[in-house]
Design a binder for this molecule. Sequence first.
Ligand SMILES: O=C(O)CCC(=O)C(=O)O
Length: 283
Amino acid sequence: MIAEMSQDKRRLSEGQKKFYRENGYLIGLPPIYDAQGVKALNEGYQELLKLLKAGEDDKEIREWHESSSFLYDICTNPRILDYVEGLLGPNFYLWASNFFSKAPQTKSKVGWHQDAYYWPLSPHNTVTVWLAFTDSDEDNSAMQVIPRSHLGGLITHKRASETDSVLTLELERGTFREDEAVSLVVKAGHISIHDDRIIHGSSPNRSDRWRIGFTIRYSGTNVKCDLSVNPHFKTYLMRGIDEYKLNPVGTIPTARYGRLERKHLSIEEAKREDWHEKEPSQV
Ligand SMILES: O=C(O)CCC(=O)C(=O)O
């Protein structure tokens, strides 16, 4: 799909950056982790699961890069950061991470949505790295994106009508070109990258295999969080300098595996779904 590879495989080529700017996503990059690394990723994931309380599932593992050096180390992997730097430029921070997993033969899906609609962040200058802990393909419900939809602005989301969706706000049928969806097929240890405005989602996993992805969100230092919506927002400078100093700074975790005992908030969790109407001007 993406023919041109950079001379230095850890850096994005100009062609890859152009593809991302025009389409809002990127796949086809060299692996971040080899087979042994993938094994270690999944062993670490099992350790995190042991920290969950009765009734919780891995959706609870949100922003645990703040409390688990196992996850912090993944988020700060230089190979990942080199790619992100190619898209966000020299100065950017890490602020979120979470798992999107699907057990074999389960109904749970991720409704079509734009991440930027959920987040009280401005301007839109955020990328997500989706790291595959398992192979993710069309059979086990790889994430799908609508290419170029990041260029069309944010569309008003509605309350999710299907209870099988793990999200509570999603896009209504007919508000975008679902027939143009592309599956982001990635092998375990590989990543895809997407823009915070691209329309994306995923179907139920009808296969007999697990599908586990770990998302990591990075923003340019010019991006400010509205702390009245998410008072827990914490940033970790990954590259360059924070010349704006717009946001609180987090503490680097020391425990290998540790829980985070507080919730981070999106506009929807904070019941501030009108936030975009008053949103500060965007770039
Ligand atoms: O993994 C999925 O199916 C959805 C992921 C997602 O919505 C995201 O990375 O923002």
